[in-house]
Design a protein around this ligand. Sequence first.
Ligand code: CA
Length: 222
Amino acid sequence: MRFLLAEDDDYLARALAQGLGSRGYAVDAARSGKEAIQALSDSEYDLLILDLGLPEVDGSQILRLLRERGSTLPVIIITARDAVQDRIAGLDLGANDYLTKPFDFGELEARIRAILRKNVWGNRMEIHCGLLRFVLNTKEVFVGGEVCEFTPRESAVLEMLLSRAGRLVPKKALVEHLASWEEAPSDNAMEIVIHRLRRKLCTAGVEISTVRGFGYLLRESQ
Ligand code: CA
């Protein structure tokens, strides 16, 4: 999952990017409204975390622009503006959620999980495929009842493949969703992740096929 974080407070931006990064989310940080608009037109994101008080272009203007263009990108507003009127205005502009600063990181995470659960997984809490069970909140993976350990990156790749189980996931899309501006996984690194996933899931009743030149496809073994 790849997020855009539009926040001009350096300290908060860094702390959030680091915290979310350690949970396996790829985070690009934009420090101004202009930067955020540029990033949104350059890359595809799964979520926008949006401060309202941004230099150059205000967060609410960005949100209005996004929705006018028909974008369905989930948006969480994080802002110091805590008047009820501001919250109503933000949600009515098309935000999915609203957090007032200062907020607890755990609460932001939970709200992110709730939004992604609804958007990507239709409110399901667990994904079953073959003998594999993927718990969305905790990212725990069980194979035939046994816990299976994954690195954050392996887990992120598995989650994306599972979200499109039975369909081809282009390698480019996979790399883009995992990449943040600072560290894009190379093609080779992606192949290593897939190799490790196959090894760890060899008894899970699922297979990850490589469609050469295009990408990967996860499905239940025949
Ligand atoms: Ca601000």
